[in-house]
Design a protein around this ligand. Structure first.
Ligand code: ADP
Length: 280
């Protein structure tokens, strides 16, 4: 009886209507990872609030490149990514894929374009393989490849039951993982999806400096043939990216390469110097 009380919330949630328009256009499947995503004068307020979180953002995402998104806390970086993934729709303006408003596409197909690791990702008290597959078909060879790319293959191999090992103790018998290990597994899950676009919300935040350096080293290989967006809280990770978009107060205030932005001497240069001074 006690559990049924919790179940009601789940049932209410599943019964909620999605007020957003449902699109039906299929998303073109391409092997070369080429597609074009653009923000056109996008402004956004969270539902039920009056404050603009993004203001007139226009931006073209270069495919097969690595984009870093940086800026002070609360600048709108995560919100920008949420809109890109269609977790919310713009209040004004539009986001297009190959020139067509993303609201017109089939939602599931559109979401299949993205492999995302948010900072508040969750793993489940299920076997490793189910955590990695996350509802998609199981393919062990691809799973080990994703684990190796994320630097978690050694960890999973060290467990007696390998991919069958259950995580966490909720059901009594699982293994516990540290924050850094969980982050590597979440990264492997995003890579296993083999999506053309990989979005990482600072995937090294919970890693020690050595693991962090390893991830940076592997980063190029990890995203070959894909487009990568990297929300960066440590400025050092910007160096690995081709282009950087600097957010401030809900706007993109600067964009360019690391060298260009340093030379411009604006907000990026100030953020870079502020962080570099810790290590001087
Ligand atoms: P960043 O990732 O750059 O730190 P966010 O996109 O998370 O910034 O947040 C931008 C602004 O949007 C902040 O002022 C934050 O308080 C607000 N915000 C974020 N999420 C929500 C939400 N779910 N509802 C209302 N306001 C939110």
């Amino acid at each position: 009886r006690q559990c049924c009380g919790y179940l009601q919330e789940f049932l209410d949630f599943m019964d909620m209507e999605d007020p957003r328009p449902a699109g039906s256009i299929p998303v073109e499947k391409r092997d070369d990872g080429q597609f074009e995503i653009a923000f056109e004068h996008v402004s956004f307020r969270y539902p039920g609030t009056s404050e603009w979180v993004l203001r007139d953002v226009s931006f073209r995402l270069d495919t097969l490149g690595k984009l870093a998104v940086v800026g002070p806390n609360g600048a709108g970086k995560t919100t920008f990514i949420k809109l890109l993934c269609r977790l919310y729709d713009p209040t004004e303006g539009r986001i297009t894929l190959n020139g067509v408003d993303i609201r017109k596409y089939d939602e599931d197909e559109y979401r299949d374009l993205f492999g995302v690791v948010f900072q508040d990702f969750k793993l489940f008290a299920l076997p490793v393989w189910e955590n990695l597959a996350a509802g998609y078909a199981r393919d062990d060879a691809r799973m080990w490849r994703a684990l190796a790319q994320a630097g978690a293959d050694g960890l999973v191999r060290s467990w007696p039951e390998g991919l069958e090992t259950r995580l966490y103790k909720d059901l009594g018998d699982g293994v516990m993982v540290s924050g850094g290990e969980a982050q590597k597994l979440a990264l492997a899950r995003a890579l296993y999806k083999d999506a053309p676009l990989v979005i990482l919300d600072e995937p090294t935040a919970a890693l020690d400096p050595i693991s962090e350096a390893e991830v940076y080293k592997r980063f190029d290989r990890m995203v070959t043939g894909r487009t990568a967006v990297y929300i960066s809280h440590r400025m050092s990770s910007c160096r690995f990216c081709d282009k950087i978009a600097v957010f401030d107060g809900g706007r993109i205030v600067e964009q360019g390469s690391h060298e260009e932005l340093l030379a411009a001497g604006g907000l990026y240069a100030r953020l870079w110097e502020a962080q570099a001074s810790y290590y001087a």
